[in-house]
Design a protein around this ligand. Structure first.
Ligand code: PLP
Length: 383
């Protein structure tokens, strides 16, 4: 059997890791400012996380959802306390797309409607409903066209009001900060306006915090900078530091009933142990505070670099837009300087998503490499 060839791969086979660094098959060290797709929140191979997962593996790895599992309760309580959503409920799944699917189902169960409002350049996953609300027809198969979606631009509250006024919109779905779209942040006023409009029209507000959540922007969730409380919040990526786990955080106004949602693997013993390990490290090592501090510093230092058109984002979720295509720059930064960064659907933008534990020395290392690479690239491009 061969692999179904859907990923363009760099010839790097990562064999081991530590903190913000990974090592390939030749022992070469790379500085990871991509976090494996914003997944590595507390750093690679964190000893507390590894111990949590290994200890759990020695006891029981999995049992299904027809018996109690205390770890789930402990995780929900800890997540509620750290995120400021102690009064909300948690449903666990295995990935971001699944979290979106379940959030949309909950919204639709709640108000009986089927239409969704989503936003231009948004990304919400690849499964059926998640990909349908993703603003990219090239990744939607005919079978995904199951319900109506209206894509609107950010900041146009009038357009949102017009869409919601018909009374047929089940949910408005928005990323806390758009990730794959190129690090685009909705304003606090826009988020507050969405919240008010959703409330007024019986529409559920779904905040997709799969990439922007879990402390990455310097608050537990990006939308908390705007002071809103959505109906549903989707989480994944940083939640397990690489262990597959996702979830929907659900407002108390949604009432559960047995059989309403379900999954074989959601919230397994192993996944809960991993997710608890992550929260314990985030809390004990003040990683949210670190993300805010290091992000401010990164942005401030990058401002002084030549060739940069715009710097966007918050905390350790930063987009750097050049005056030229970013792909050759990212390739050179990786091959010649040993630094990983992320791409985006905005071709001129590089995404910076390092682990939340990034240190002063690693910021220095990154800035030195980024600057030298930028100078080398600027010599070859005509602006
Ligand atoms: C904002 C956002 N939502 C949803 C997803 C889908 O998550 P997953 O790939 O775990 O299904 C992603 C993945 O990149 C994402 O960035």
């Amino acid at each position: 059997m061969t692999l179904f060839d859907v990923y363009p791969l760099f010839p790097i086979d990562i064999q081991r890791s530590h903190g913000c660094h990974v090592y390939d098959q030749h022992g070469r060290r790379y500085l990871d400012f991509y976090g494996g797709h914003a997944v590595v929140s507390i750093g690679h191979s964190h000893p507390h996380f590894l111990k949590r997962v290994k200890d759990q593996m020695d006891k029981i790895a999995f049992y299904s959802n027809f018996v109690e599992n205390e770890l789930r309760e402990v995780l929900a309580a800890k997540l509620g306390a750290l995120s400021g959503y102690a009064d909300y409920q948690l449903f666990m799944v295995n990935s971001g797309a699944e979290a979106i699917e379940n959030a949309l189902k909950l919204a639709s169960f709640q108000n009986g409607r089927t239409k969704v409002v989503a936003f231009g350049k948004g990304f919400h996953g690849r499964t059926s409903a998640a990909v349908k609300i993703t603003h990219d027809p090239s990744i939607q198969a005919p079978i995904n066209h199951g319900f109506e979606v209206e894509y609107l631009p950010f900041e146009d509250l009038e357009a949102v009001e017009k869409a919601l006024a018909k009374g047929d919109v089940t949910a408005v779905v928005i990323e806390g900060i758009q990730g794959i779209g190129g690090i685009n942040e909705p304003s606090a006023d826009f988020l507050r306006g969405l919240s008010t409009l959703c409330e007024a029209h019986g529409t559920c507000l779904v905040l997709d915090e799969i990439q922007s959540g879990y402390g990455r922007t310097g608050r537990f969730f990006a939308h908390q900078h705007a002071g809103i409380r959505p109906d549903l919040i989707t989480i994944a990526k940083g939640m397990g530091n690489g262990f597959p786990i996702g979830g929907v955080i659900i407002s108390p106004k949604f009432k559960a009933r047995h059989g309403l949602l379900g999954t074989t693997f959601g919230g397994t013993h192993m996944a809960c142990a991993a997710a608890l390990g992550v929260l314990e490290v985030i809390e004990n090592e003040l990683l949210i505070e670190n993300a805010a501090k290091q992000g401010e510093r990164l942005k401030a230092e990058l401002q002084g670099f030549e060739g940069i058109k715009e710097i966007r984002g918050r905390g350790l979720m930063i987009g750097v837009e050049f005056e030229f295509p970013a792909a050759p720059f990212r390739k050179k930064l990786m091959e010649d300087f040993g630094v990983f960064t992320g791409s985006s659907s905005n071709k001129n933008t590089v995404r910076l998503l390092p682990p939340l534990c990034v240190s002063d020395e690693e910021i220095e290392e990154f800035l030195g490499a980024f600057k030298a690479c930028l100078e080398a690239v600027l010599e070859t491009v005509s602006l």
